[in-house]
Design a protein. Sequence first.
Length: 569
Amino acid sequence: MTIPSGRSRTRFPVVVLALAALTVAGSVSVVTRTTNAQAAVGTLAAAVEDEGVDCAVPGLPDLGSLPTNARLPDPFKKLNGTTITAKSEWRCRRAEIKELAEKFVFGEKPAKPATITGTVSNSSITVNVAHNGRSSTFSARVELPSGTGPFPAVVVVGGFGADTATIKAAGAAVISYDPLAVGREGTPRNNKQGAFYSIYGSSSSTGLLAAWGWGVSRIIDVIEQSDGRILKADAMGVTGCSRYGKGAFAIGVFDQRIALTMPIESGSAGVPIFRGIPGEGAQSLSSAYGEQPWLGDAFGSFTGSPNRLPVDTHEMVAMVAPRGLFIMDNPHIANLGPRSASVAALGGAEVYKALGAGDNITYWSDVQDGSHCANRPEWRTPLQNNIRKFLLKTGNEPGVIRISSRALGRLADWRDWPTPVLADGPTTPPPTTPPPTTPPPTTPPPTTPPPTTPPPTTPPPTTPPPTTPPPTGGGCAATVSVNQWTGGFVATVRVSAGTAPINGWTVTMTLPSGASITSIWSANRSGSTGTVQFTNVVYNGAIAAGQSTEFGYQGSGTGAGMTPTCSTG
């Protein structure tokens, strides 16, 4: 059902719109069923890791020559300044975006190594890699569904947050992949560890996300080389939550053999547009870059100036097209950047639509449970539908864009480019709509536009971070910002060094009565209720003079009124 006016009907909590109407109407809560002809199911996953490897990509821009642009880059505009006019041109335009993403965001994901061997059994996969005189080995656990193989398979990155019961019940195997064996967290950028860095060097500028993607690509290589009696190499999916959602997204972006990519609550360095993160109150880019070497070393030049990036994550969403993409998000935790993620999905969906594959993308943040990485009933049916469609190849359900009113992004605020009508052949038709004449703004557009329907009457309050300056002496100071919703909250704590560097810190904070910590990242804790001490982990204890680091935790109850204190040593 399509409602041209973009106004909601009172009997539903959501508005049903066509995708083209969504981008201009800015509805508060959206269900989108696209209207494009679907690409043939079964031919979406490529036979090779990178179909554009033979494309001649012109010289990439230098870091010093990048202009500032607060709007999202045009995914249809080639590096030579012309716009693609045919679907056949997307293959090489994607190759350009890939090289931009590698140079400025992720670091290089190397091509298939010289020698790959391994085994596939009912319970495990082993991978042995040899390249340029170096070698490494890693493995993954396999759980088969009931029935007779060969089976499609979903790689579960990091082993948590995915609804593995539903995946297996739908008829797909689960491959439990430990990404830390391939790229270890908690290491400095100049001494990265794991199977990837054993091959390419501990000082490689490639970040962990690309390294994790390289590892899954090698798993697929081994499955391709097997006898095919257990797993199907041409029916592979990938999923993961939180930091492993970042990994799942990168894995699907860079390997076109992945038929179905399903990132969950990926947060900063995942799906959310980089340009939107500073205005949304999500984990800062500097925090995401510094917490772990997830992103490539070159991204450090953009943590304070994402508007200089010549690429953004909506184009990485587009790199998955026309393959299956199911993005699951949590609108209750602003730290995850769900509004910016919805903009990335909407921007990438324009490419899906232009390629005639608009039915192959789903974005779903309309969920009730705010717990991080929970298995949600709202996602169960679309998960089953996507597995049937892209892995079992027995379904044809259209994708949906379903954005919660808590975290609604508007693509119209972020783009100044039209979506062209791409020809099936080599013809070059003129664009159907002229590009806008309004120049892009010099400051980021607003992240919270007025909705076309009334917003909820009790929006989740957000406590702004205190303005306490860093200590003037040699100690440390801590401030906390709280994103609160009914029954829960996320606290982000910033620890700052004074005029002298520190090596080790402890933050003490008393939680309000009835509040309890349910999960934590980038710190250790002494308890879950009452007065809790938080201490640094190995990678964020050393803070240079005048600098800071962040950690966070999710809790139940209320987080109002907490006052942190900091000590060193």
